[in-house]
Design a protein around this ligand. Structure first.
Ligand SMILES: CC(C)(COP(=O)(O)OP(=O)(O)OC[C@H]1O[C@@H](n2cnc3c(N)ncnc32)[C@H](O)[C@@H]1OP(=O)(O)O)[C@@H](O)C(=O)NCCC(=O)NCCS
Length: 306
């Protein structure tokens, strides 16, 4: 049986990144795949075998604060050998390098339960910070609610005539990466990498970009698979936000357009997530009659400390 000493942890490059990505599917889905490290078992004279992976990406909050989004996984057969702890040490080093003070981990395990993540996170000094709820609503019903609002806003001239939503593929990708890195997370280079990976997939055209006069002002990422549209990430340029003097048209417009695409792709239900502290989205969920279909726990801890 190998021990952590037989396992090499290092930054994944090229094709290795793809292998690590399979272990970090949740990070990729949430657009939080940043720099990636793999843990390779090197014993036995055989080809190294991937037994764990880690992703660290800086994420930006609406208030401009930054933290490190950390995703990690050790394959079942290799747990309890200190590999998770080694990956965690790398996450701390990377966060310091990025200049962020807080690490954030999302776990779908019940915070009071006895799953390995809960025990691991407690052992590493993480505390429960908030919860993240996923809501589900019938796509046709939410679209029927939003479309007349969007139409009214258009008639009142609140939506610029030059505004349009285009599939990611048709958007100026460097500008998309810049907006993502500045207001959602990642670095321009890491976002361009994940966009390239995304564009190679079937669902690439599901991700929408808001252009005004050809300039990138918003992103609404999410896919429609097997009749379920999942909204994974949304960001607006500061000038389009309500806090930046906007009327709220941009968010509504992106969502209404995106739902129309979903319906054309056979979407029956739409899922979106928000944290316990995000009152506007929770109010919207209630108004739409959305059902809570999942609750995850958000853990945080300072990079320094125990
Ligand atoms: C959480 C996870 C990464 C831990 O990886 P690991 O390699 O097994 O962790 P380690 O061996 O380094 O454990 C470090 C410490 O965490 C605690 N711990 C880890 N798993 C535990 C378990 N099943 N029960 C109790 N304590 C546990 C222990 O204190 C352990 O130290 P010890 O073995 O000296 O007692 C792994 O279980 C996993 O991949 N889970 C699924 C993915 C996931 O939940 N990721 C969320 C965290 S990013």
């Amino acid at each position: 049986m190998s021990t952590a000493a037989d396992v090499e942890v290092r930054l994944a490059v090229d094709g290795e990144r793809r292998a690590c990505r399979l272990l970090l599917a949740e990070a990729a889905r949430r657009h939080e795949l940043g720099e990636v490290w793999g843990a390779w078992e090197t014993s036995g004279g055989e080809a190294p075998r991937l037994v764990g992976a880690l992703s660290v990406q800086p994420v930006v909050h609406a208030d401009g604060g930054r933290e490190a989004a950390v995703w990690g996984r050790v394959v079942r057969t290799h747990r309890r050998r200190g590999i998770g702890a080694r990956l965690f040490a790398v996450a701390c080093d990377e966060s310091r390098r990025l200049g962020v003070a807080t690490l954030r981990i999302i776990s779908d395990a019940d915070a009071g339960g006895d799953s390995p993540d809960v025990a691991f996170l407690a052992a590493r000094g993480f505390a429960v910070a908030e919860t993240l709820s996923t809501f589900e609503v019938a796509t046709a019903s939410i679209h029927a609610d939003l479309e007349p609002l969007a139409k009214r806003m258009t008639e009142r001239g609140m939506i610029p005539a030059e505004a349009r939503m285009v599939p990611l593929r048709e958007a100026p990708l460097r500008a998309v990466a810049r907006l993502h890195a500045a207001h959602l997370g990642g670095t321009e280079a890491s976002v361009l990498d994940s966009i390239a990976e995304r564009l190679a997939r079937d669902d690439a055209d599901d991700h929408g970009v808001l252009l005004i006069d050809g300039e990138v002002h918003g992103l609404l990422f999410g896919t429609t698979v097997d009749g379920v549209t999942t909204i994974d990430a949304e960001v607006l340029s500061p000038t389009c936000r309500v806090s930046g003097g906007g009327s709220g048209w941009a968010s509504l417009f992106m969502l209404a357009e995106r739902l129309a695409w979903g319906l054309r792709r056979g979407s029956r239900s739409t899922r979106f997530s928000c944290t316990s502290g995000n009152r506007p989205t929770r109010r919207l969920a209630k108004r739409l009659g959305a059902r809570e279909v999942g609750v995850e726990t958000v853990y945080r801890r300072n990079v320094e400390g125990r």
